[in-house]
Ligand binder design. Structure first.
Ligand code: AMP
Ligand code: MG
Length: 306
């Protein structure tokens, strides 16, 4: 097995486990377990548990890897977060089946504290689309592997995305291979199914997807672009990198993410995995000026419109 195959396999296993914890927490979500982070985005027990599990499993399968994750344990270590902390530890133990102590779990979260530099590192959004998660809707666990600034593997766990008769889809892609969708909850589904973007011969037949949150993507501008293209289909609004998955498997043909603020910088973990899934499904991903996304400028400057 090649290094890349081994990496992809480890990423798939980690994302499956992290997705399980997210599903469990979402099923029993109580608002008391939501902390207001300093930047005001909601973060839940599941964000922390998902990051801890992903980092623990990646470290076990591929020792010594650098991981650039969205979360860190700083606020979780504060006295007033004791209850949330206990819940995070319980959930992590539940999924890993391990007798992990509190300090161990906090350390796993912080194992995702590498900075986005160096020849090879992973980037993780333990719950992309936290707002969708809190609404009981779509979200994704997103894990990408970068080598020399290029995304070479990407995995998206999408617990609420429909697949066949059920829900739970996992999208995986690696350099030199086609993108595939797997049953998220069925670990025996190693092979999955190839997915392909669909050709659009007339722009008016395209359907575009965008954020549910108007604060994350300028929906008025998307509507103007759609009008110019003669698109009549309603926008498909869906949270998280499920949008990339939607394009890759042809639920939509375009993903528009128009800036709402000139100073916002997109994060590498919000795009790395999804971008590769779309590209390996035959699609093209660029910034609003048509340039390739740039993953070489640190975690928060990866793919901004500026
Ligand atoms: P979505 O699910 O498409 O709404 O995107 C969720 C992601 O939007 C989160 O992971 C945030 O990192 C990101 N985000 C937060 N604020 C903004 C913003 N002002 N513009 C674009 N993306 C944002
Ligand atoms: Mg995100």
């Amino acid at each position: 097995m090649s290094d890349l195959d081994r990496s992809l396999r480890a990423a798939v296993a980690a994302v499956r486990a992290a997705s399980r914890v997210c599903r469990d927490v979402q099923a029993h979500l109580v608002t008391a377990q939501t902390i207001e982070k300093k930047d005001k985005s909601p973060v839940t027990v599941a964000d922390f548990a998902s990051q801890a599990i992903t980092c623990a499993l990646l470290a076990e399968a591929l020792p010594g890897e650098r991981i650039v994750g969205e979360e860190d344990s700083q606020e979780l270590r504060e006295d007033e977060q004791a209850q949330v902390r206990v819940s995070v530890v319980e959930h992590v133990r539940g999924v890993l089946g391990a007798e992990a102590g509190e300090e161990q779990v906090l350390d796993w979260i912080d194992a995702g504290g590498a900075d986005a530099s160096g020849a090879r590192y992973w980037t993780l959004d333990p719950i992309d689309g936290t707002k969708g998660f809190l609404r009981g809707e779509q979200y994704a666990v997103a894990l990408g592997l970068l080598e020399e600034g290029e995304v070479v593997a990407g995995v998206l766990g999408c617990p609420n995305l429909a697949l066949g008769d059920g829900t739970g889809a996992l999208f995986a892609a690696a350099r030199g291979q086609g993108a595939r969708v797997h049953a998220l909850w069925d670990e025996s589904d190693e092979k999955g199914k190839a997915i392909q973007v669909a050709p659009v011969s007339r722009s008016s037949e395209a359907r575009f997807c965008e954020s549910v949150e108007s604060g994350h993507s300028n929906q008025d501008e998307s509507a103007r672009i759609a009008e110019r293209l003669g698109i009549t289909a309603e926008p498909f609004r869906i949270d998280s990198q499920c949008k990339y998955a939607a394009v890759a498997r042809n639920d939509a043909s375009i993903y528009l993410r128009m800036p709402t603020r000139a100073d916002y910088r997109e994060k590498i973990w919000d795009h790395a995995a999804g971008k590769l899934v779309v590209e390996r499904a035959g699609g093209r991903v660029s910034d609003i000026r048509g340039r390739d996304l740039d993953f070489t400028r640190g975690s928060a400057r990866g793919c901004g419109p500026a």
